[in-house]
Write a protein that binds this ligand. Structure first.
Ligand code: G6P
Ligand code: ZN
Length: 542
């Protein structure tokens, strides 16, 4: 039976960069999930009888939320839901399943790389029929609806057994519990030369993939150890745990330090890789050689033609503005455009749908392509494996050759976390107010060429997105970018992105922070970070 339940609005159900993200106890309040899900459905049209994809990263509260979404989808009139067995679907796999089954959309339960558990984070995100995150037009409508919602509809049917694959029924709606890996693995096999990668592993190539006790475990085990013949044990932390084993499932040099240390040791395998809570981020480390996400994008773009799915070449590259300019140099050589977008994967959707870009990436460890509409951690790892197999070289050889050919973009990001919001806003406002006077000024031995506040003109739909970060360019080609994070949960996070291009191959072996020391000093003094925030040094350096 379908019940209509009276409710009152909750404050703050505003989807952020990647959906609604709050602490678990917030989601556990009676009606909280229901209000938001009903607000999503109320913001959509013509979905009666259509298919909805549901799955999440396995974190605490995933199963409870999925049961609620299933019963509400039935009440709303969806014809069918496809739900990953055990409630599991990585974010890129959800995107893949939506596209392959021509679903109306999908609901992804995840808080990405944020910690999980009873006191950790949870999240709900709506993806549209192209497999990508809902555009702002829809997320704004969801938020507006959440402010006035007075009732929601839900079936009072029993819970679905999420651990048994196959068909069930809730009211008139079919529930299909699917293998969460199958469709995704099939797509990967189409894109990459699995035969060559199998030969690579058969020849003794060694790898460690750290799934960080998050969603990519089953995917990595099935594909790397199953289909590609990597030895058992290649995938570590391969069981998705509700609290990610108490760790922060973010594949960076801070939270994947064990992996980094292993790759820098004399016991290092040929390749180390990791992915985040929901499987969309990636970390790539060769033996003795970390590959920055910005460099990885450039190197993938330069070598993508070696993978069968990209053998005709790539149509274009897209990178977020703060991502380094390394990819631009590859685009120039290939005679294609490198699009520069604001931070946030959703800005790539139009470029991918229109066929203007094939490969995309962000400095925040996101890389992907037109195969889905989310960034894709395992895809990046398989792309690197394909490149290594085809070129028969090591990661370090490929990186050095790339720099020798294109030059090296020394790059670092300095994060000042949990800064007082008013101080952070004041710092940005002050910088914005000084933009016009900066050109021509000498700062710490360098001269400012120009300064601006990045605005994006979407070439597909003509929309304009302003105030996306202050950029200071120097006459030697260096750049400092300032912006406030859009994903933080406490106070403000000031991100400072620092970059210098070095064409001379004789100077490609410097330590990054040393190579950027003069710019780092300018980055602190120009907006008087210490005076305004009380911080003399960043909390996190990547
Ligand atoms: C999420 C988004 C990315 C974005 C990243 C950092 O992972 O999916 O597209 O680059 O957050 O965003 P932030 O605003 O915190 O720098
Ligand atoms: Zn993620």
């Amino acid at each position: 039976m379908i019940r209509t339940v009276a409710t009152t609005p909750f404050d703050g159900q505003k989807p952020g960069t990647s959906g609604l993200r709050k602490k678990v106890p917030v989601f556990q309040q009676p009606h909280y999930v229901e209000n938001f899900v009903q607000s999503v459905f109320d913001s959509l049209e013509n979905y009666e009888g259509e298919t909805l994809v549901i799955g999440g990263d396995g974190r605490y509260f995933n199963r409870e939320a999925i049961q609620t979404v299933i019963k509400m989808a039935a009440a709303a009139g969806f014809g069918r839901v496809l739900v990953g067995k055990g409630g599991i679907l990585s974010t890129p796999a959800a995107s893949c399943v939506i596209r392959k089954h021509e679903a109306f959309g999908g609901i992804v339960l995840s808080a990405s790389h944020n910690p999980g558990g009873p006191h950790g984070d949870f999240g709900i995100k709506y993806n549209i029929g192209n497999g990508g995150p809902a555009p702002e037009r829809i997320t704004d409508a969801i938020f507006e609806r959440s402010k006035t919602i007075a009732a929601y509809k839900i079936s009072d049917a029993d819970d679905i057994d999420l651990d048994v694959q196959g068909l069930a029924r809730v009211e008139d709606m079919v529930v299909d519990v699917i293998d969460p890996v199958e469709d995704y693995a099939e797509l990967m096999a189409q894109l990459f030369d699995f035969g060559a990668i199998r030969d690579l592993f058969a020849g003794g190539f060694s790898m460690r993939f750290d799934a960080m006790s998050a969603v990519t475990g089953p995917y990595a085990k099935a594909i790397l150890e199953g289909e590609l013949g990597a030895p058992e044990g290649t995938v570590v932390h391969g069981e998705p745990l509700p609290d990610f084993g108490g760790h922060h499932p973010d594949p960076n040099l801070v939270h994947a330090k064990d992996l980094y240390d292993l790759l820098m040791s004399d016991r290092a395998p040929d390749l180390g890789a990791a992915s985040d809570g929901d499987g969309d981020r990636n970390l790539i480390i060769g033996r003795g050689q970390f590959v920055t996400p910005s460099d990885s994008l450039a190197m993938i773009a330069a070598n993508a033609h070696l993978a069968p799915g990209y053998k005709a070449g790539i149509a274009g590259i897209a990178r977020s503005m703060p991502t380094s300019g390394a990819a631009d140099r590859v685009a120039e050589k290939l005679g294609i455009t490198c699009y520069e977008t604001p931070t946030g994967w959703k800005f790539f959707g139009n470029l991918l749908d229109a066929g203007l870009a094939t490969v995309c990436g962000e400095e925040s460890a996101g890389t992907g392509s037109s195969h889905v509409r989310e960034k894709d951690g395992l895809w990046a790892v398989l792309m690197w494996l394909n490149i290594l197999a085809a070129r028969k070289q090591s990661v370090v050889e490929i990186v050095r050759e790339h720099w020798a050919t294109y030059g090296r973009n020394y790059y670092t990001r300095h994060d000042y976390e949990e800064v007082d919001s008013a101080a952070a806003d004041g710092l940005m406002a002050d910088l914005r107010g000084r933009l016009d006077g900066l050109a021509g000024q000498a700062l710490g031995g360098l001269t400012v060429e120009k300064a601006d506040d990045f605005a994006y003109h979407d070439p597909v739909d003509g929309s304009v997105t302003t105030k996306q970060g202050v950029r200071v360019f120097f006459t030697d080609g260096s750049r400092i970018v300032y912006r406030l994070s859009g994903t933080g949960t406490a106070g403000a996070t000031l991100r400072v992105y620092i970059e210098r291009f070095e064409p001379d191959a004789g100077k490609h072996e410097l330590e990054t922070q040393a190579a950027l020391a003069d710019l780092i000093a300018i980055s602190r003094s120009l907006p008087d970070i210490e005076g305004r925030t009380g911080r003399s040094a960043p909390d996190v350096v990547t």
